[in-house]
Design a protein around this ligand. Sequence first.
Ligand code: TGC
Ligand code: FAD
Length: 394
Amino acid sequence: MSRAAITDLYEIDALLTDEERAIRDTVARFIDTKYLPIVGKHFRHNTFPDELIPELAELGVFGATLKGYGCAGLSNVAYGLILQELERGDSGLRSFASVQSSLCMFPIYAYGNDEQKERFLPKMAAGKLIGCFGLTEPDYGSDPGGMVTRARKDGDGYVLNGSKMWITNGTIADVAIVWAKVDDGGAESIRGFLVEKGMPGFVAKEIEGKFSLRASYTAELSFSDVRVPAKNMLPGVQGLKGPLSCLNKARMGIAFAVMGAAVACFEGARDYTLSRKSFGKPIAGYQLSQEKLADMLQEIVKGQLLALRLARMADEKGKVSPEQVSLCKRNNVKAALEIARSARSMYGANGVMDEYPPIRHMLNLESVFTYEGTHEVHTLIVGKAITGLNAFGG
Ligand code: TGC
Ligand code: FAD
């Protein structure tokens, strides 16, 4: 059996359509030829390859599941496969695409008016306009309902005050989807605003000192009396379900994607231990190594099947439940993180070097474990679905 066939031991490939395989393979070639040769440098220097954005657009990555507006109109499975390949490169590249597609283009598509869609989506699909998504605040991450950012109605617009933390793409974004509480005379309600670069009082500042997702922009956004015209408010949704519904889409993509990082770590550890010798024979020939590799492969097979089932259900039924998404994100990210840690150990001292992929993936996956709902939050979402009891707080 070939090495590639071993990674696909359960012939998951055969469950894909010709079109899905072709899309995946095209993105895989892009990653192998254009991204993998440079990702180490970007991770080391804490930079992002901006020059690849037009090529990603050309590949149809941005807003891939949306129809019209220059988007590819692909299935959720095809989108998951694209993200899996991007993540095989690095979570930073996949995060860029997830945020642009699921967290920025999707809310404009789902909750924007025609004018907003025409104005933003074609340019975002072409990679000429970059978006970010501001939900988390310095004091409100897992509990976004507690947010303190406020938009006060003032004449024909709103005045925005507050801040958002840990915002992927924040420093290069042309438009930030900012979720803020509005008092429209009744009870306060969360609304989404399209805050544009250059609006007076809006500042995006890169967060320094990350050990994780180094090849990705992460910013703090601050809003000091930012005047946002009423035409920049998303009219189609209010309440926490606005941002949370976008997260469903992004989390499903992430759950699919992280298996790409797991595959990179698994294949790397197998190849490394086949060529490196200890006590006179390849390290891969020892039972303890084989147990680690078998555990990795087993989790990859399970994770890929789970993600494929989730994305197919989304395609067939048009929707999946939050707990279905949470179970998959929870399982797959934890599995990928454990695979990366195990792979790292198999490289010995070389495993702590950034010239080999496992430690880069391992460090990235620590963020993925935390963002888009921490592992614990997803446990509680599944726990609530099982028991009917809310264990979040209060
Ligand atoms: P709760 O009372 O449960 O719900 C409030 C309202 O929201 C509705 N809802 C959902 N709607 C759509 N999809 C979902 N998944 C939903 N979950 C809840 C719910 O029905 C209700 O609607 P309504 O009409 O009755 O008002 O809200 P809660 O305050 O108790 O919080 C629940 C909790 C903890 C599950 C939620 O707040 C949560 O998921 N917290 C985690 C926050 C999070 O994931 N933040 C992610 C920020 S973005 C990010 O990390 C990007 S990283 C991107 C990258 O680089 O890839
Ligand atoms: P906290 O909510 O303070 O949680 C701290 C710990 O307490 C966690 O382990 C958590 O699971 C646990 N905890 C909290 N509540 C409970 C509970 N009820 N029961 C049990 N345990 C609990 N956000 C955005 O809005 N947009 C972005 O683009 C974005 N990009 C990100 C990029 C990176 C690199 C990172 C690291 C984060 C990003 N985030 C983004 C933020 C991310 O979504 C939050 O970090 C995450 O939601 C957790 O919030 P927190 O960091 O405030 O942790």
